[in-house]
Design a protein around this ligand. Structure first.
Ligand SMILES: Nc1nc2c(c(=O)[nH]1)N[C@H]1C(S)=C(S)[C@@H](COP(=O)(O)O)O[C@H]1N2
Ligand SMILES: [Mo]
Length: 527
């Protein structure tokens, strides 16, 4: 008796046939997608559809819980569900082989429908990867389960007495698995060679010197406190929040930006080089996400290089509402179909609203919007910071709800004043005595004027503020705490330049950003 006879029962074999068929189907679909658009692959398309339909609260929870891994978790979840369904169909094939094969095809139709309905769908061809995969998967299931149901000589069992042809089954299944793996590998290689164009184009970008450089950081703007957020967030540590399951990789040389809509006298159609030919400005701007909890990590500060968007709009004949312009909302659209709505007034009021091409001295990283993104000081990212931008339409808030607004987030969302304690960490056990409490505070475009720390129920004590870079950046702060032994709660609050102190009222992130004060509990140990 060979090992296969000993270890594989007929039910397990059927489930395995289902699994291998599903695997082959997905592998073939991904190969087909590589020839059409990577985003048209079934896992990405279904994943995108799930992201778009996820209620705001759940999406927020996913960002909180899984952070930058939220998309990986989603895709693994889709694969796990697919695997379970595939095994169930394998079992079904023992009784109803045709129905089970048709079931595989049905799931392919779900993938095809998802791909066709993506906002960035490239047209009917996007259905092909799922359809090709589904056909192959259905055929594979039918063939692989053949030996399980046909070779059942009742009188003289040929293979160990349960009446199915193990040898033939294992040969076929092994071949299907190998074929799937080979196909998947080719698909992967094709995909990465396509993004190779974009990678080469990014490497070839030479950022011009800014016509208006950012002033040097004033002395004292960056504190040297262990554990504090560095004043400038390195690109590799900069938070990432977006709906893209596949990071768009757009070569700079094929990129275009169209500016059009209400009150535009002359449509603009710009190339990357057109942007670089403009007088570029370089500015430090702190970006924050509306999904950031009080004390959360979704804030970062970078030195951006870009063209002033307000000037471009003015050249196109756009007037802000305060000067009688008919459009109060600017809708930015990205290559992946995301839409973000920004007040025209804010973009044209003289602040440094940028079409950014550079981040901390290099071309934008792909994950942060290469080749071009928007950055507008003072507004949460979801109403201003369109990555992979390709279109700007002037319209009104009445006429159009962009992506997040359709999902219950506020149409307008200036950043709320916040202070965060970076050190000590929650439940840290510092030695009693002098402990440096430190962190960052932000109120972009208003500026931070005061940060105070409260120990337990004691009085508010003024913290030392680092020198301000600009009112569009966060400000570090520190406080020397004389810690007595025991458990203590440290709370922080900031006051912005309008004189308003950060509210103590707690609000969830939905619909326009969390409020409340950050506190941490620490246990000071007997020195
Ligand atoms: N195309 C696109 N742009 C986008 C988003 C997105 O999902 N797609 N997310 C926005 C949100 S919610 C935020 S907070 C910022 C985050 O920018 P970052 O990932 O570079 O930090 O990008 C904004 N721009
Ligand atoms: Mo965000």
């Amino acid at each position: 008796m060979s090992i296969d006879k000993a270890v594989i029962g007929r039910g397990a074999a059927a489930a395995l046939a289902g699994l291998v068929s599903g695997y082959a189907a997905l592998a073939l679909a991904e190969l087909a997608a590589a020839g059409i658009r990577p985003e048209a692959g079934p896992v990405t398309a279904v994943g995108g559809a799930v992201v778009d339909r996820t209620p705001a609260g759940v999406k927020d929870w996913a960002i909180r819980t899984f952070g930058a891994d939220d998309k990986l978790v989603l895709q693994l979840g889709i694969l796990a569900v697919t695997a379970l369904l595939a095994m169930a169909l394998g079992l079904l094939a023992l009784r109803r082989r045709r129905t089970a094969a048709a079931g595989v095809f049905l799931f392919g139709l779900v993938g095809a429908a998802a791909a066709l309905n993506r906002p960035d769908s490239g047209g009917p061809a996007d259905a092909l990867p799922s359809l090709v995969g589904a056909l192959a998967g259905a055929a594979a299931l039918y063939v692989l389960t053949g030996p399980l149901v046909t070779a059942r000589p009742p009188a003289a069992p040929t293979a160990g007495g349960t009446g199915w042809d193990r040898r033939r089954f294992l040969l076929l299944t092994g071949a299907a698995a190998a074929l799937g793996t080979g196909t998947g590998a080719v698909g992967r290689a094709l995909n990465s060679s396509q993004s190779g164009d974009a990678i080469a184009s990014r490497e070839a970008v030479v950022l011009p010197a800014p016509a208006s450089p950012a002033p040097d950081l004033p002395p004292g703007a960056a504190l040297r406190v262990p554990g504090i957020s560095p004043f400038t967030t390195p690109n590799k540590d900069f938070y990432r929040v977006d709906t893209a399951l596949v990071v768009p990789r757009v070569p700079a040389d094929t990129w275009r930006l169209r500016i059009h809509g209400k009150g535009v006298r002359r449509d603009l159609n710009l190339s990357f080089q057109d942007l670089l030919n403009r007088p570029l400005v370089e500015r430090d701007i702190t970006l924050t996400c509306v999904s950031n909890e009080v004390g959360g990590p979704y804030a970062g500060n970078a030195r951006w290089l870009g063209a002033r968007l307000g000037d471009l709009l003015a050249e196109a004949g756009v007037r802000p509402p305060s000067q009688g312009g008919p459009a109060d909302q600017l809708v930015a659209r990205s290559v992946d179909g995301m839409t973000l709505g920004t007040p025209v007034e804010d973009v044209m009021d003289g602040r440094d609203a940028l079409l950014a091409v550079g981040m901390n001295g290099e071309p934008l990283p792909f994950a942060h919007g290469f080749p071009v993104r928007m950055v507008v000081p003072g507004l949460y990212g979801y109403v201003s910071a369109c990555k992979w931008i390709e279109d700007i339409e002037l319209t009104t808030f009445d006429a159009y709800d962009p992506y997040w607004v359709k999902r219950a987030w506020a149409p307008q969302a200036p950043v709320k004043t916040q202070a965060r304690i970076d050190t000590p960490k929650p439940f840290a056990r510092p030695a009693a005595g002098t402990v440096t409490v430190a962190g960052v505070a932000w109120a972009q475009h208003r500026g931070i004027d005061r940060v105070e720390v409260q120990v337990d129920d004691g009085p508010w004590q003024e913290a030392d503020l680092a020198t301000e870079d600009t009112r569009d950046t966060w400000r570090q702060w520190s406080y020397r705490w004389r810690a007595t032994p025991g458990t203590h709660t440290l709370t922080v609050r900031a006051t912005d330049r309008t004189g308003e102190t950060q509210t103590e009222r707690r609000a969830p992130t939905l619909p326009d950003g969390a409020s409340g004060r950050h506190s941490v509990v620490v246990m000071a140990a007997e020195a």
